[in-house]
Design a protein around this ligand. Structure first.
Ligand code: ZN
Ligand code: ZN
Length: 300
């Protein structure tokens, strides 16, 4: 989950009909990209994208597969979401799940939720512990968000869980670079760490790369104001890069603000190919292979 607010201030001179047209466009899904085969959406939220039951999940995956996105990892934020994500992974062979308490919901961790999460994480179609980590943007802005201290505790518990079950740790980091890297170092990171929706600068990127972490890039890498993120996307070695939508948030340029879904992944993959000066086929092949290796999932 990321911040979905992309609303720009309305210019005072704007006419009413202009405003209405803009509003309509914002609700409209982006057009299908030209297919780019071999991709895996390394992080999405199918329930928030309109997934309800087996049929609606199949429809989202069918749309994605038509443009080359063969498999997805759907990520849970809380306990209700986690149960749903595991069910979705059972409904459709193209779907895998990641379960954890998002830092916002870090306060939900108690003996009961810990036991249930641990049981879910051991499910064969659950391929990562996530998203967990730290979010320093929301505390103080939202009463529902756990305090940094509570987030630290719950993050440590998730790190330990990932090590015990031998599955990747999928990290959410918002404005918490230093504390997040320090806690990971102090606790000892699991073998595979995935920095979902990587948002750091080149120094954070280098530190993560040196530690062997995987950097997963979302549509933000294509945004006009994301020069520093593009530097990060350029410096990460071939074996340590993933591509994700984080849908329904962070729709890639030029559709920023419109609803995102896994089928939009080729737009972001192409933006990364351009930054790295390689072909789009190469990025699809590379990031797809990395996702299958990191999450230990078979070819479709
Ligand atoms: Zn996130
Ligand atoms: Zn997310």
């Amino acid at each position: 989950m990321s911040d979905a607010s992309d609303a720009s201030a309305d210019a005072p001179a704007e006419t009413l009909s202009n405003k209405a047209a803009k509003k309509r466009r914002r609700r409209e899904p982006p057009p299908d990209p030209t297919p780019l085969p071999g991709l895996v959406d390394a992080h999405t939220h199918l329930a928030a994208c309109g997934g309800r039951d087996a049929e609606s999940v199949r429809a989202i995956l069918g749309h994605a597969q038509a443009v080359g996105v063969d498999q997805v990892v759907t990520v849970a934020d809380d306990m209700v979401d986690a149960r749903w994500a595991v069910a979705a992974a059972e409904w459709d062979h193209r779907v895998y799940a990641a379960v954890a308490l998002h830092p916002m919901h870090a306060g939900d961790l108690d003996d009961e939720t810990a036991a249930e999460l641990e049981q879910m994480v051991r499910h064969p179609r659950v391929v990562a512990v996530g998203e967990t980590g730290l979010d320093y943007y929301w505390p103080g802005k939202s009463d529902d968000c756990a305090s940094p201290e509570v987030q630290h505790e719950t993050f440590r518990w998730h790190i330990d869980l990932a090590k015990r079950v031998g599955k990747p740790l999928m990290i959410h980091n918002r404005e918490a670079d230093r504390d997040l890297l320090d806690i990971l170092a102090a606790e000892g990171a699991p073998e595979t760490v995935i920095m979902h929706c990587f948002s750091g600068d080149r120094n954070v990127a280098r530190e993560c790369v040196d530690r062997g972490y995987i950097l997963s890039f979302a549509g933000t890498v294509s945004f006009a104001n994301a020069d520093e993120l593009r530097v990060a996307a350029e410096l990460v070695p071939d074996e340590q890069i993933l591509v994700e939508t984080d849908a329904p948030f962070l729709t890639p340029h030029p559709y920023r603000g419109q609803p995102n879904q896994s089928y939009c992944l080729p737009y972001t993959a192409r933006a990364i190919a351009e930054v790295r000066g390689v072909s789009e086929e190469e990025i699809a092949r590379l990031s797809g292979a990395n996702a299958r290796r990191a999450y230990n999932i078979p070819l479709p």
